[in-house]
Design a binder for this molecule. Structure first.
Ligand SMILES: Cc1cc2nc3c(=O)[nH]c(=O)nc-3n(C[C@H](O)[C@H](O)[C@H](O)COP(=O)(O)OP(=O)(O)OC[C@H]3O[C@@H](n4cnc5c(N)ncnc54)[C@H](O)[C@@H]3O)c2cc1C
Length: 468
């Protein structure tokens, strides 16, 4: 299990010492401390994945670093399970726990852009869409996720893959510094110059090292208009379309990217689609996408010039909160014909119209950073397959989970065994998968964990055990 829920409880039986102290915590924080009977508790405990239904004993809704320090100290002093929520998009559900304390950072929404220095500072409750809106006011952006409702916090700490990655690297590659509250309740600034070992660890090591209260990013000129959109064909075209997608990725310049998916249209028709993105001169993008747009031809061509902020929202509708979601993901060595055939065969049995098999394409600037330069280890990955199951009826859990697992199993012969830590899913991702996600950097991460969190206070995550 990725998420263990075996820590001491403050909810069970009468007024414990911790329960009494909760009153003190309530008075100490500027935000709020919610108990199960309080208004807002239920909405605060729910996260994006509708499969996750957990009940913390209390939720600290933090509005500043002082609240985070108080909450971390409280959890440590009372030996409580501690979950940390940024944007709440963890598919694995690690941002909420049963019985223990949940630190909810979603009220921390501050963003300050310095256009002259091309730097932005953002608090951990900020979503990708909020960040993009503020930075695009100045024609600036940095790499971020492809769904605008995802939180920048968890995304950046795990790496941060997005459309701009091939040009500007991962979100974590654009990180200049963080402010972080470690397990001892101390706030540190970590950057290339200050606490450099901690800065190395948070760029890919997830939430293992403390609670980040501020992210400082390097920005780049982007847009404001980009060329992006979906191309859709009927499923019988899948093999040919995926080969055309492969050809596109083999020749694409770094300011262009695309994902390919096998899914179901809103009116229930099995489809194959390419999601395309280009930033730069529009004519250049038009020329680049022309062969794909002519191919078949597609039954729908939605590629058009649009604001970068709109391109960042083009997959939002397909990823609403509240669906039951189960993911299984694998880095792929290549997407030769045998791999594509296995994906098409696997997609033929998708049990839910909300599910998809998604081939992601990386490379470019992301892969020019050394494997050991940051904690994020997947610097040689060019493709990954995500078997994304989404459905609404709990009675269909088994069928959907089985489908994702089945497609992932079919990918194993084509995968080096690595996986992006932020794409690890619910429940059955064992310790070996977590170790595989940190790859070559696991041993150094374990040493950093020993330094900054020797008792593993921050363990409700894709956990790195402190070195012996
Ligand atoms: C629809 C969807 C689309 C996605 N698209 C992309 C994508 O394009 N690219 C990509 O790289 N990833 C993507 N992801 C994966 C995403 O990066 C992870 O789910 C990530 O954890 C989301 O961050 P969050 O803050 O919203 O998550 P949360 O659920 O709030 O947090 C997840 C974990 O991150 C840690 N954490 C969060 N905030 C902090 C903090 N301030 N300090 C310390 N630890 C913290 C905690 O361990 C927490 O359990 C996507 C996820 C979804 C659901």
């Amino acid at each position: 299990m990725a998420v263990e829920q075996d820590q001491p409880s403050i909810a069970a039986g009468g007024l414990t010492v911790a329960e009494q102290s909760l009153q003190t915590l309530k008075q100490a924080v500027r935000g709020s401390v919610l108990r199960p009977a309080d208004d807002g508790f239920d909405s605060a405990r729910h996260i994006w994945n509708g499969m996750i239904d957990r009940n913390p004993a209390a939720i600290v809704r933090c509005v500043g670093a002082a609240d985070v320090i108080a909450a971390v100290n409280f959890a440590r002093e009372h030996d409580l399970a501690l979950a940390v929520r940024g944007g709440g998009h963890s598919a694995a559900g690690s941002s909420v726990c049963d019985r223990g304390l949940m630190i909810d950072l979603s009220p921390m929404k501050g963003i300050r852009v310095d256009p002259a220095r091309r730097v932005a500072r953002a608090e951990p409750g900020v979503t990708q869409g909020e960040f993009d809106r503020e930075t695009q006011a100045f024609g600036l952006a940095t790499t971020g996720g492809v769904v605008s409702t995802t939180g920048i916090a968890g995304l950046t700490l795990g790496g941060g893959i997005g459309w701009l990655g091939r040009t500007h690297g991962l979100s974590c590659d654009n990180l200049l510094s963080v402010d972080i509250v470690t397990a001892d309740g101390q706030l540190h600034t970590a950057s290339a110059e200050e606490n450099a070992d901690l800065f190395w660890a948070v760029r890919g090591g997830g939430g293992n090292f403390g609670v980040v209260t501020s992210f400082e990013y390097r920005l780049h000129e982007v847009g404001p208009t980009v060329l992006a959109g979906l191309l859709v064909w009927r499923r019988p075209m899948a093999r040919d379309v995926l080969r055309a997608f492969r050809e596109f990725t083999q020749a694409a310049p770094e300011n262009a990217s695309a994902y390919a998916g096998l899914a179901t249209s809103p009116d229930g028709v099995p489809i194959v689609l390419i999601i395309a993105f280009h930033h730069g001169p529009t004519e250049e993008g038009e020329a680049l996408f022309a062969p794909l747009r002519r191919f078949g031809p597609p039954v729908a061509d939605m590629i058009q010039p649009m604001p970068y902020t709109a391109a960042q929202q083009m997959l939002d509708a397909a990823n609403p909160p509240g669906n039951r979601v189960y993911w299984k993901s694998a880095v792929l060595r290549n997407i030769e014909d045998d791999v594509l055939d296995a994906i098409v065969d696997g997609a033929a049995t998708i049990p839910s119209p909300l599910s998809a098999a998604l081939i992601e394409f990386y490379g470019g600037a992301t892969n020019r950073v050394g494997i050991q330069d940051t904690a994020y280890p997947l610097r040689d990955a060019t493709y990954a397959l995500n078997a994304i199951s989404a459905w609404t009826d709990p009675a269909h859990d088994d069928a959907n989970i089985r489908w994702s697992r089945g497609l992932w199993e079919a990918m194993r012969p084509f995968s080096p065994g690595s996986v992006y830590v932020n794409f690890l899913g619910v429940g059955d991702e064992g310790a070996d998968r977590v170790t595989a996600a940190y790859g070559a950097n696991y041993a150094r991460l374990a040493q950093s964990k020993k330094t900054y969190d020797p008792t593993n206070l921050f363990r409700l995550n894709h956990n790195i055990m402190p070195a012996d």
